[in-house]
Write a protein that binds this ligand. Structure first.
Ligand code: PMP
Ligand code: GLN
Length: 379
């Protein structure tokens, strides 16, 4: 059969986690916690199943969860959204990205992506008949060169996909970046998919620059979030999209034929948890900043060089002082010879950048981070 995605293999996350398991390596590759989710949240899921929430929920999500999300958005981003018309619950942010792309992109359309970018974007664009136009972020800090972004716009540009806090580099947007995006959208009328799954994970007192903060942007945006990141339940695969009514209508037309609904008892558990512990997410920056710093302190004794991540639960490390070989070879050597699984950066790029960087996930128990750092100190 002729593949519709000839350049696509198995995702790097699946490949590295599988190898980590086979080799018994410490897995700092795929982004997921190696500790359990809050106990009361797990209990609420058990209660939801026992309580009989086991049949199809409404297509756009249960009202109680959408209402909690609307309250949360009003509280944190000062934006009033209609739970009915503007909030849609889906089985994971990956599906939300797919649906938003398929709601907007037509054959021949161009979509701007900023490299390195999350690996689901381009295949989803291709399946919609579109073409990803790659604009590289500028190392070493992976800042956005907005002039290059503007230069990449053509009459066929339909959409830009943005991601802050950024996976895999751990950078975050400034207010100036948000203004640049506003100006771009105003000048071109393109749509925005704002991948904000790490919205809570910003450090050193910084503020998350959500498209939900901007009236001009919100009108043309699908803002996408993941409960997996916020509540440390990546395996629950539940996320949501916030978009103005007309965009949400089109988004739902796709969603209803991709999966139709997100899992019912999970929605009930999340709604109850948000109601019981609205303050939970405010504790996340402190929790993860402490992990970032624990890893950072332990890595100071190594030959890796790094700037502490400004956001996400990923830390980039520069290994130039240790080896001068491509990152895919370096991670292969690292897992085989030193028992630590990491993610190469080049796999998220159309053209490999001239860098020597790997990504480590620090959403791990303190002892996991310490054991990994001890192994890395031997290099
Ligand atoms: N976007 C980014 C940038 C991510 O890191 C992830 C994490 N897997 C996703 C989207 C997808 O999230 P989910 O697991 O909810 O599908
Ligand atoms: N987002 C996670 C990461 O970047 C992994 C998601 C996945 O495995 N698909 O590591």
């Amino acid at each position: 059969m002729q593949s519709k995605l000839p350049r696509v293999g198995t995702t790097i996350f699946t490949v590295m986690s599988r190898r980590a398991e086979e080799l018994g390596a410490i897995n700092l590759s795929q982004g997921f916690p190696d500790y359990d989710a809050p106990e009361d949240l797990r209990e609420l899921l058990v209660a939801a199943v026992r309580g009989g929430h086991n049949q199809y929920p409404p297509m756009a999500g249960i009202a109680a969860l959408r209402e909690q999300l609307a309250l949360d958005v009003a509280r944190r981003y000062q934006r009033t959204v209609s739970p009915e018309a503007e909030v849609t619950i889906v089985p994971g942010a990956t599906e939300a990205i797919f649906c938003a792309i398929h709601a907007t992109v037509r054959p021949g359309d161009e979509v701007l992506v900023l490299d390195p970018c999350y690996d689901s974007y381009e295949p989803s664009i291709q399946l919609a008949g579109g073409r990803a136009v790659h604009v590289p972020l500028v190392p070493p800090r992976f800042a956005i060169d907005w002039q290059r972004v503007r230069d990449a716009v053509t009459p066929r540009t339909r959409l830009i996909i943005t991601n802050t806090p950024h996976n895999p580099t751990g950078t975050i947007w400034s207010a100036a970046d948000l203004h640049e995006l506003e100006a771009l959208v105003e000048a071109t009328g393109i749509y925005v998919i704002a991948d904000e799954v790490y919205e809570h994970l910003v450090y050193d007192g910084a503020r998350h620059q959500s498209v939900l903060r901007s009236d001009a942007l919100y009108q043309r945006s699908f803002a996408i979030f993941s409960f997996g990141k916020t509540y440390q339940v990546t395996g629950w695969k539940t996320g949501y999209c916030i978009a103005p009514p007309a965009l949400s209508t089109e988004f739902r037309k796709v969603h209803q034929f991709v999966t139709f609904v997100a899992v019912a008892p999970i929605q009930h558990a999340l709604a109850a948890f948000m109601q019981l512990r609205p303050e939970y997410s405010a504790g996340l920056p402190g929790l993860f900043q402490a992990k970032r710093d624990l890893l950072g302190t332990a890595l100071r004794a190594t030959s890796f060089r790094f700037e502490p991540a400004a956001g996400t639960f990923f830390q980039l490390l520069d290994y130039r002082a240790i080896a001068d070989r491509p990152d895919t070879e370096f991670v292969d050597w690292l897992i085989r010879e030193h028992g630590v699984a990491a993610i190469p950066i080049s796999v998220f790029c159309d053209e490999a950048p001239d860098t020597r960087l790997i990504r480590l996930c620090f959403a791990k128990r303190d002892d996991t981070l310490q054991r990994a750092a001890a192994r890395l100190a031997r290099l």
